[in-house]
Design a protein. Structure first.
Length: 211
């Protein structure tokens, strides 16, 4: 049985499961797995989901934080309305600082958890794609410095490669602990990995980003 075949089979499995359970995307299973292992989401939490379209992570987070919590999803693409009253969505670019101000005006206290499954539109040129993706991550770190509470958590999609080391060094300067996790629902051949960043203490904005 080839690795590729196994990967495709598992893709089908999660895709079918998502449809069956009413999730907007198979990505929902990645967050469920992350939360099962690390217990990052809790009742009453304020959560920001960056790159939230079509809304699988929003569905998962909204259910866990419950009616006393709030989940805000942002994406470049409009997210079709969600029935859960504890979900708000905003169209925008996480690198647009006026969006950071808008988010600040939507919350009455700091954010407990920032989630990011955001990824740029891929060109297929690794160096370009990774530079664009790093740019998004540095924007998220900037946003965290403004809006994430001390002790808070971020879950950030990244890609494995030598560039990740520098990024990890920067992220580790802002969080007490950073772990790498690849959920089973991630495609086997994908280089994606999730950075589970806990015990946020903040720091200076990092200006390494050249994109
Ligand atoms: C893999 S999808 C997210 C899937 C989502 N987690 C779910 O559960 O349905 C990645 C999303 O990131 C968004 N994105 C990419 N760059 C962004 C940016 N700069 N700001 C906001 N969203 C962005 C894309 O539009 C895309 O919808």
């Amino acid at each position: 049985m080839s690795r590729r075949w196994r990967a495709e089979r598992s893709k089908d499995h999660f895709h079918k499961m998502a449809k069956k359970l009413g999730f907007r995307s198979r990505a929902a299973f990645k967050l469920l797995e992350i939360n099962k292992k690390f217990g990052i989401l809790k009742r009453g939490y304020v959560v920001l989901d960056v790159g939230a379209y079509p809304g699988g992570w929003l569905q998962v987070a909204s259910k866990i934080v419950g009616s006393t919590g709030l989940v805000i999803g942002i994406d470049l693409r409009p997210i079709s309305k969600m029935s859960a009253p504890n979900v708000k969505t905003v169209i925008g670019d996480v690198c647009d600082e006026s969006l950071h101000d808008k988010l600040a005006s939507m919350i009455s206290r700091k954010i407990d958890v920032i989630l990011s499954d955001a990824a740029p539109k891929l060109t297929g040129v690794w160096s370009t794609d990774i530079a664009r993706h790093s740019h998004i991550i540095y924007c998220i770190l900037k946003l965290a410095n403004k809006l994430l509470r001390k002790g808070g958590t971020a879950v950030i999609k990244a890609f494995q490669g030598e560039e990740l080391n520098e990024l990890l060094m920067d992220i580790r300067s802002l969080f007490g602990d950073v772990r790498l996790f690849k959920p089973k629902a991630s495609r086997q051949r994908s280089r994606e990995v999730y950075l589970i960043c806990t015990s946020f203490h903040g720091g200076n904005d990092i200006n390494r980003d050249a994109a």
